[in-house]
Design a protein around this ligand. Structure first.
Ligand code: PHE
Length: 359
């Protein structure tokens, strides 16, 4: 009997060592420790033993069972490791490969222009601020010196939502100027921000869409003046249109939230059906601006005897059309794949001042 145990251990251990894979190992486990297995068979034989033999052989048989189980477990670890290594070498995924070109989308010209604008103003020391598309009356109008009876409210063709439980009517912001208010309430001057984003007015034709994009600029400090406004806009437009000379015309205008207020035109040429900046004798209006009205500063609890500054608001869609030569604004929002393929930008070419804004 003792010899049987020793032989069986040698035999099974050799089989285990030779098992080539997990399935073979499982076969050996069943044929040795399973219900009809060899070790189990020996244990069954204990029933015929005398009590003395059983006392001697019992622990030995049990020891065999434990040993075989341990050898199987050890071999399983080795085979598991080998199986994993085999999978790791056969299933490769090269993360450095670029995606298949035909599956790659393009960056929409508006996103591109927004990135370009943020890049230029970042180099001038501006932060990017944001506000909600869904505004309230206070931020979109009242704090901007547009009281309820003011005619400018009609000018804005506002989309209103149904009144809420408190009777308050939210609206889709008609311009990015409410971000001026949110910024001045939230932070102490000096303030230097731009706020690009979506804006909404009930208006639709070749040059107007109900949703469009603006970028707001706001600078508040103790001695910021109109000269700074002019210099800032000139630096921005030169960098944006990537031309050395941009001629600007500041025309007196009116906005409730700035005093004095101006509209800015760029000198350009319309010859040949395309707009060219930096040449010609035509003028194209591109933005509104002015010195922040003291009533606006007061609405934000800033002391107009201490602080002053300028603001501007510029249509991003208009800038994109000018720079990249599209002539129908509505195409921006048609989501036509062919148009995007033609006018879109490569996703991996992020605009930078050093590397060039557009290429
Ligand atoms: N908010 C104005 C508009 O949408 C533009 C503007 C902004 C004008 C800031 C002056 C200063 O027309």
């Amino acid at each position: 009997m003792e010899q049987d145990i020793a032989n069986l251990e040698t035999e099974i251990t050799a089989e285990i060592a030779a098992a080539a894979d997990l399935a073979a190992l499982e076969g050996i486990r069943v044929s040795s420790l399973g219900k009809k297995g060899r070790v189990t068979g020996l244990m069954k034989g204990m029933g015929k033993m005398t009590p003395d033999e059983r006392r001697e052989m019992g622990p030995k048989l049990n020891g065999l069972k434990v040993t075989i189980a341990a050898v199987i477990a050890a071999r399983r670890d080795v085979l598991d490791g080998e199986a994993l290594n085999a999978r790791l070498t056969s299933e490769t995924l090269d993360m450095s490969l670029p995606p298949v070109p035909r599956a790659m989308g393009t960056v929409h010209p508006i996103s591109q222009v927004m990135d370009e604008i943020a890049e230029i103003f970042a180099s001038l020391g501006f932060d990017v601020a944001e506000g909600p598309d869904l505004e309230d009356d206070f931020h979109n109008f009242t704090a901007l010196n547009i009281p309820p009876e003011h005619p400018a409210r009609q000018m804005h063709d506002t989309f209103y939502l149904r009144p809420d439980a408190n009777g308050e009517r939210k609206l889709l912001r008609t311009h990015t100027s409410p971000v001026q208010i949110r910024t001045m309430i939230a932070q102490e001057p000096p303030i230097r921000i731009i706020a690009p984003g979506r804006t909404y007015r009930s208006d639709s034709d070749a040059t107007h869409t109900p949703m469009f994009h603006q970028v707001e600029g706001l600078v508040i400090d103790k001695s910021t003046h109109l000269g700074h406004l002019k210099g800032c806009l000139e630096a921005f437009l030169k960098a944006f249109f990537e031309v050395d000379a941009v001629t600007l015309r500041f025309r007196p205008s009116y906005f409730p939230f700035t005093e004095p207020s101006m509209e800015v035109d760029v000198k350009c040429s319309f010859k040949g059906g395309t707009v060219k900046i930096g040449e010609g004798d035509d003028w194209l209006e591109i933005l509104g601006c002015g010195m922040v009205n003291r009533k606006v500063l007061e609405a934000c609890e800033l002391d107009p005897e201490i602080y002053q500054g300028f603001a501007f608001g510029c249509g991003i869609d208009r800038l994109a059309m000018l720079k990249y030569g599209m002539n129908d604004l509505r195409a921006f929002f048609d989501a036509d794949g062919r148009w995007l393929k033609h006018y879109g930008f490569k996703a991996f070419d992020a605009p930078t001042i050093a590397g060039g804004l557009s290429r």
